[in-house]
Structure formats: structure tokens, C-alpha cells
Design a protein around this ligand. Structure first.
Ligand SMILES: C[S@@+](CC[C@H](N)C(=O)[O-])C[C@H]1O[C@@H](n2cnc3c(N)ncnc32)[C@H](O)[C@@H]1O
Length: 300
């Protein structure tokens, strides 16, 4: 049965694919591989893989000798992930539709399990036990999740600010999104920083490790070429537009057609102002630093 609950109601393909491209940049390859304990030749399962971005990164980073499997419940994500892997000629990836709590794989069949921003949406104990089942002895299960309490965002004066009107329209559009999040258990099971490693211990995992990766998203970073700077700004706009389209489909009557057009125009104007600074070579230093926590344990 088709399931497109996540991609149609919560986060779309563009939002996930573009934001993960930025988080899992190629220059962070060694950092991610070390922390997740992933090496060439392994069979790795990415659970709740969404549109498959992280699996594609692993496929490229680890090469043909490795096997990457992505599973997700959402039909649209899996369809997109499969098509993109074919387009990119990544022959060592397979994507399957499936439930994280009932993984369609044999016991002891993978060398490592990873997941990124999934644990907070599923019952933690069942999620970890299922990974323990499919992972081989001495294999590593690594859970990556965001720490919104450790999120840094600068607010420099020069940045083209969101106008009062844009804020007002956004508030109106997203007013009832809590109901939707509750309906689909979004963020219902956010792990406790102490409770999660404790749970791994209780479930019999060994060699438990806690790592953290700070991920700066900085348009003006001098390592970004001008086209990369523009791509970040444009991708932020595309992500906003996709979010607006999703919210509009859910509750058609929240904004009138004119208000929707107005909101998109305000965002486009703000984006264009930001792009103009880039073209003029003027740095704004509007950036954010995300804090990703990684908790992992070995299967014994
Ligand atoms: C925040 S998204 C993260 C997607 C991906 N890991 C990434 O970072 O791009 C959460 C994902 O978990 C998936 N998901 C939620 N509950 C699931 C379940 N019980 N089984 C499989 N996938 C699930 C959703 O469909 C969605 O793709």
C-alpha cells in the first residue's frame, strides 16, 4: 500500500535532500566515517533514509566494495532515492520501502546500522532492538539526532530581515501544524541525552560511545565559491516554498490565493536581496551552527 504521509504532510523531498546535502558535505567525509565506524567493504543499513541523500554519500565515500541499503516507510522518498541512484550510476545502493520497527531484512545481515533524525519519531526501545536483530555480532548501531537546545543562529544587522507581513503570513499558515505533528508522532519520542545511552546499556549493547558534530551552515565562508554561496541561498528559498506548498495542501483555506502569492513574493524579494550582497562581494555573516549528537553501541 502506498504511503506518502511524511513527504506530503511533514517534510518534502527538496527540504530533506538539500538540507542533508549541506550537512553531509564531502569535506566532512572522514569525520562522519570515523564517528560512525564505517569502512570500505561493509554492508550498511540507513534506517528512515528519506530521499536517500546520506545513503548516496556513503555509497560515494565507501565505493563499490561496500553495500548500502536504505529503508523508509514513505513510497515517494523511496521512488525518488531509487531514481537518483540510477541517474548517478551508484550501483552499490538498494532502497526498500519498510518499517523501521519491522525491518525487511534477515537477522545478523548487516555490518552497521545508521539513522539520522529518525529516533525522535519512533519508540526508542523497539527501534534499537530491531537494529540489534539485523546487525551482525560486533556490528555498530549509530543513532544521529539533532539537539535543538544547542542551536546557534546569528542575527546580523545587514541581513535582509523577514518583514512583519511575511512573519504574519507564516504564522497564519503554520498555526495548526502542531495538530499535524501530533497526528503523525513527529518528535514524540525525542531521546533524553542520559536516557539514550542508558537504554543502549539496558538492551545489551557494548562499547557505547557518544559523539557530537557541530555543523556550521555559513553562506559567506571563504571556502564557498560564489556559485556555492548562491546555491545555499536558493536552496533555502526552495525549502521554504516546498514547506508552504505542503502546508497549503493540508489546509487549503489557511491563506487566500492572493496571500499565498504575496508570501512567495516577499520571500523572493528577500532572497534576491541576499543574492545581491553575494554578487557585490559583501559578507553578512548570517549563519547557523547545528548540533548533531551521535550515540552508538556495538552488538554483542
Ligand atoms: C526527519 S526525516 C529524516 C530522513 C533522513 N534520515 C534524512 O535525514 O534525510 C524522518 C524520516 O523517518 C521516516 N520514518 C518515520 N517513521 C518511520 C518508520 N516507523 N519506519 C520507517 N521510516 C520512518 C520518515 O518517512 C522520514 O523519511
Amino acid at each position: 500500500m502506498e504511503n506518502d504521509i511524511w513527504s506530503k504532510n511533514i517534510q518534502g523531498i527538496i527540504n530533506l535532500d538539500l538540507s542533508r546535502e549541506m550537512r553531509f558535505r564531502d569535506d566532512r567525509k572522514d569525520l562522519f566515517l570515523n564517528i560512525l565506524g564505517l569502512t570500505e567493504g561493509m554492508t550498511i543499513l540507513d534506517i528512515g533514509c528519506g530521499p536517500g541523500t546520506i545513503a548516496r554519500k556513503l555509497s560515494k565515500w565507501l565505493g563499490e566494495k561496500s553495500k548500502i541499503i536504505g529503508i523508509d516507510r514513505d513510497t515517494e522518498f523511496i521512488k525518488y532515492a531509487r531514481e537518483k541512484a540510477i541517474k548517478m550510476s551508484l550501483n552499490n545502493i538498494s532502497y526498500y520501502e519498510g518499517d523501521a520497527l519491522s525491518i525487511p531484512l534477515e537477522d545478523n545481515s548487516v555490518d552497521a546500522c545508521i539513522s539520522h533524525t529518525v529516533i525522535e519519531h519512533v519508540p526508542n526501545k523497539e527501534f534499537l532492538l530491531e537494529q540489534k536483530r539485523v546487525c551482525k555480532l560486533k556490528g555498530r548501531v549509530s543513532v544521529m539526532y539533532m539537539r535543538p537546545d544547542k542551536y546557534i543562529r546569528t542575527e546580523p544587522d545587514l541581513v535582509p530581515k523577514q518583514s512583519k507581513r511575511e512573519e504574519e503570513l507564516f504564522d497564519k499558515l503554520f498555526k495548526e501544524s502542531d495538530e499535524i505533528n501530533n497526528e503523525y508522532s513527529v518528535g514524540k519520542y525525542w531521546p533524553d541525552p542520559v536516557g539514550l545511552p542508558r537504554l543502549l546499556e539496558e538492551l545489551g549493547f557494548n562499547n557505547i560511545q557518544i559523539d557530537a558534530i557541530a555543523i556550521p551552515i555559513v553562506i559567506d565562508d571563504s571556502r564557498n565559491k560564489i556559485n556555492e554561496k548562491m546555491a545555499i541561498v536558493r536552496s533555502e528559498k526552495e525549502q521554504l516554498f516546498e514547506g508552504i506548498n505542503i502546508a497549503t495542501c493540508l489546509k487549503r483555506d489557511k491563506l487566500s490565493d492572493n496571500e499565498l502569492i504575496e508570501l512567495k513574493e516577499l520571500i523572493t524579494e528577500r532572497t534576491n536581496q541576499r543574492l545581491k550582497f553575494i554578487k557585490e562581494g559583501k559578507n553578512i555573516w548570517d549563519y547557523s551552527i547545528l548540533s548533531l549528537q551521535v550515540v552508538s553501541g556495538m552488538v554483542e
